[in-house]
Ligand binder design. Sequence first.
Ligand SMILES: C[S@@+](CC[C@H](N)C(=O)[O-])C[C@H]1O[C@@H](n2cnc3c(N)ncnc32)[C@H](O)[C@@H]1O
Length: 219
Amino acid sequence: MARQKLARFEHNAAVHNVIEPGKEIFETVKQHWNEVFFKNNQPIVVELACGRGEYTTGLAKEYPDKNFIGIDIKGARIWKGSSVAIENNLQNVAFYRAPIDFIENYFAENELDEIWLTFPDPRPRDRDEKRRLCNVRYIEAYKKLLKPGGIFNFKTDNRALFDYGLDVVKSSSPQELIFTHDLYNSEYQQYHFGIETTYERIFKKLGNNINYLRCSFNK
Ligand SMILES: C[S@@+](CC[C@H](N)C(=O)[O-])C[C@H]1O[C@@H](n2cnc3c(N)ncnc32)[C@H](O)[C@@H]1O
């Protein structure tokens, strides 16, 4: 293994804000995030497929009165968000290294106030539809974990994936659904919060528009 990756994994194993398999809290925190980790009653915001966790740390700086959890399977990416949170003394941040596939085990029904799904892998092949993080199984899971009135945000440059996810959302009883195929030239720019993810930066440079949707669900 490359030395840099090894150092990142050692960091993750040592720090408090990375929760990963092998640490006792990986199991005990499930469905009890505020009680076990944050030790307060603040609203919980989750960033899925967080990569380096730009929304997790960016929003955590802006909203110290909310708790933020970034989830991704890749430890070398989570390392970045964890380091940013430590450098900025952000006590309201955790990273959970786990497959999103089992998200319904990680959170209790109605435990979450907001979810961000940021630039998930497009999985364009038909046979990979089950792996798209905006397919009906996932959207129904997010709906269950969100409180009534809780917000779902989805951002991607991939138009086909976005339109697919939008159709799924539309068939899952959304409320106050807004969406745009060009966030940066839309009336919804305030929902961008001045935060750009790593993939967003790459795709914007290539000239791709950024698609965005936001809704709550009728539960
Ligand atoms: C295209 S990257 C986007 C990363 C980040 N959100 C950004 O915009 O820069 C997709 C991320 O999803 C993660 N991922 C894909 N499938 C996953 C799954 N089933 N569970 C957890 N993470 C997953 C990958 O590890 C990767 O970091």
